[in-house]
Design a protein around this ligand. Sequence first.
Ligand code: RB5
Length: 141
Amino acid sequence: MKIAIASDHAGYDVKEQIKKHYGDQYEWLDLGTDSEASVDYPDFGHKLAQAVEQNEVAKGIIICGTGIGISIAANRHKGVRAALCTNATMAKLTRLHNDANVLALGARITGFEVILDCVDAFMGTEFEGGRHERRVNKLDD
Ligand code: RB5
């Protein structure tokens, strides 16, 4: 599965650690940033959201300091459902109920072990459909 991943400077280390941890299990489309030099989180939230919008990838992961700014940017894009998660239950439920296609993480908020739990839950859970489908469709109306 091809997954886009992007971060600002605050999320750079976590982005690299996630790629290292999962290695070849996923094909990574790394949209930057490429160092801890200061950048603007909207640039990377928009870039990743465009990759989802254009069907380059089905899912993405975005990381900034809190996960808030970069998820706000990504959610400006139609068809993008970015969910900021701080634990595995949120990551599982946002797949089941919201069909979230982007996982947003806060590098300064959530410890790395919990971040891995979130990624596992997000990647390993399918959308439940049913009554949730009607609600998800209304998001883009
Ligand atoms: C960068 O200092 C920080 O503001 C950013 O990573 C993020 O937390 C914004 O929401």
